[in-house]
Design a binder for this molecule. Structure first.
Ligand code: NAP
Length: 493
């Protein structure tokens, strides 16, 4: 039996992470020894300080990535794959410690954090397998007089930016394919959750990643540090996961140098339950789609549309489940509703619920923030939520399930598509014809059909409309980090 107390274990995992910048394979302080605090969202207390990079530190990280690009692109695909495979194994072997570290900085329940480490690890395993499958082509020109040779090459030095809600998986989803494709990179994790990424940098180094291939900078002068790097002209790719607002700004910055971009942005997922659905499965799926990550997910069910004949029974069952969810610090046994990331998140959720109430919605359970310490909001179910309420238009990013009844298929499709977002939609029905009909008419990059979870490293993740550009994962994920070059071959008779 372990003799280490839970508090000592928490301190030990935070202490075990190197908190400096990782540039050119070396850990180093930020310019002037500057640091920024990382908070525990469950207590509001400072967990530790990490390096706060300056503009010059950002440039040094880009210099290192640029310097390493040529040699890295020459490394055999099998060797790149082996590094990824070793990283996969190290993540899996250490998932308990890494999960605890993530819960400390981000707040999600320990079981979910450990699950995210496994999910992140799977990107490394998947792209270890993809590294050796980069293909090309050879074809006879249509007029028979020449030949086409098509080759795939790494895009080049890449800038990667990730959000706080999945501190390890969002990084793995970019670093995995970048390594597989032969790109070097500068990674900037969210300033609220830098520890998981710093731990990952250590693991990749241990797995044999050459110096300079991955550089990690942490900063809270984010715009000031990142913009010159993006505008510098040497990075050839920006892969961003975060809000649509910041994504738009970054697209503008990329325009000057016509940089390749991948944008994984916000969502406003409709969750549709038709009256022929298996109600038990629909409630279960709704709990997953709503409560994964305490509702702080781009894929979270944001608008729950239930056909009128079953809305009362569906709501009753959902309320029963939501009201019973244990709330508390993510490190406590059995907790499902952990703290939100910060006070601003609680204020936002409070505002959305109040607005819905003012417009006629009814609170079936929950409906308020919880007094501190920590940033807690009750698991909440609202019903009769009008389509024009703010909660139906903005990302909630909290444990609130807003239900709106509907009558017809056409009506629910129109409501589902009535948003600038188009990341994921969920459909519950037992009618295959309806499932396909509705799937084809939804403006969305992904659909969960009788399933409340779509994320899978082997599948193409991404959105349409203002939810983003490009796809991560699946067989297309590596393409985001590859350029296609065509050689026109003239044949002498
Ligand atoms: P965010 O505010 O857009 O921040 C995301 C990242 O961008 C952070 O690292 C942030 O750094 C950085 N950033 C902010 N301003 C920047 C600027 N001017 N220049 C360069 N970088 C900048 O989003 P968030 O609140 O962390 O994450 C939640 C959002 O991400 C939600 O909208 C969610 O839907 C979306 N998301 C999408 C997906 C997807 O796959 N589609 C997955 C997860 C999350 P700082 O932390 O230092 O501010």
């Amino acid at each position: 039996m372990s003799t280490v107390s839970p508090v000592n274990r928490e301190t030990a995992v935070v202490d075990s992470v190197n908190k400096e910048l990782f540039i050119g394979g070396k850990w180093q302080q930020a310019e002037g020894g500057k640091t920024l605090p990382v908070y525990d969202p469950a207590t509001g207390k400072v967990l530790c300080e990490v390096a706060d990079a300056s503009v010059a530190d950002g440039k040094a990280a880009l210099d290192a990535a640029v310097a390493a690009q040529h040699d890295w692109a020459q490394v055999a695909p099998r060797e790149r794959g082996e590094i990824l495979r070793r990283a996969y194994q190290l993540l899996v072997d250490r998932k308990d410690e890494l999960g605890l570290l993530m819960t400390m900085e981000m707040g999600k329940p320990l079981a979910e954090a450990t699950g995210e480490i496994q999910y992140a690890a799977e990107f490394f395993r998947w792209f270890a397998e993809e590294a050796v499958r980069i293909d090309g082509g050879y074809a006879v020109a249509p007029n028979g007089s020449g030949r086409f040779l098509v080759m795939k090459q790494p895009v080049g030095p890449s800038i990667l930016i990730t959000p706080w809600n999945f501190p390890m998986a969002m990084g793995g989803r970019k670093i995995g394919p970048a390594i597989a494709a032969g790109c070097t990179m500068v990674m900037k994790p969210a300033s609220q959750t830098p520890l998981s990424m710093l731990a990952l940098a250590g693991i990749l180094s241990e797995a044999g990643l050459p110096d300079g291939v991955l550089n990690v900078i942490t900063t809270n002068k984010t715009g000031e540090v990142m913009e010159p790097m993006i505008r510098d002209g040497r990075a050839r790719k920006l892969s961003f996961t975060g809000s649509t607002g910041v994504g738009r700004k970054l697209l503008e910055q990329c325009a000057d140098n016509v940089m390749r971009t991948s944008m994984e942005l916000g969502g406003n997922a409709p969750f549709m339950v038709f009256d022929d659905a298996d109600l038990d499965a629909a409630v279960e799926g709704c709990m997953t789609a709503k409560m994964r990550n305490i509702g702080e997910a781009c894929t979270a069910a944001n608008r729950i549309y239930v056909q009128r004949g079953i809305v009362d029974e569906f709501s009753r069952r959902l309320v029963e489940r939501m009201a019973a969810l244990p709330m508390g610090r993510g490190t406590e046994d059995g907790v499902v509703v952990g703290p939100l990331i910060d006070e601003a998140a609680v204020t936002k959720v409070t505002g959305l619920v109040d607005d819905a109430k003012q417009r006629g919605a009814t609170v079936l359970t929950g409906g308020s923030a919880v007094d501190g310490p920590g940033n807690f909001y009750q698991a909440t179910v609202l019903t009769d939520v009008p389509q024009d309420s703010r909660i139906a238009r903005e990302e909630i990013f909290g444990p609130v399930a807003p239900i709106t009844p509907f009558d017809t298929e056409d009506e629910v499709i129109a409501s589902a598509n009535d948003t600038e977002y188009g990341l994921v939609s969920y459909i519950y029905t037992s009618d295959l014809n309806r499932a396909l009909r509705v799937s084809e008419r939804l403006d969305t990059g992904m659909i969960g059909l009788n399933q409340g979870l779509v994320s899978n490293p082997a599948a193409p993740f991404g959105g349409v409309k203002q939810s983003g550009l490009g796809r991560e994962g699946g067989t297309v994920g590596i393409e985001e980090f590859l350029e296609t070059k065509y050689v026109a071959i003239g044949l002498q008779a």
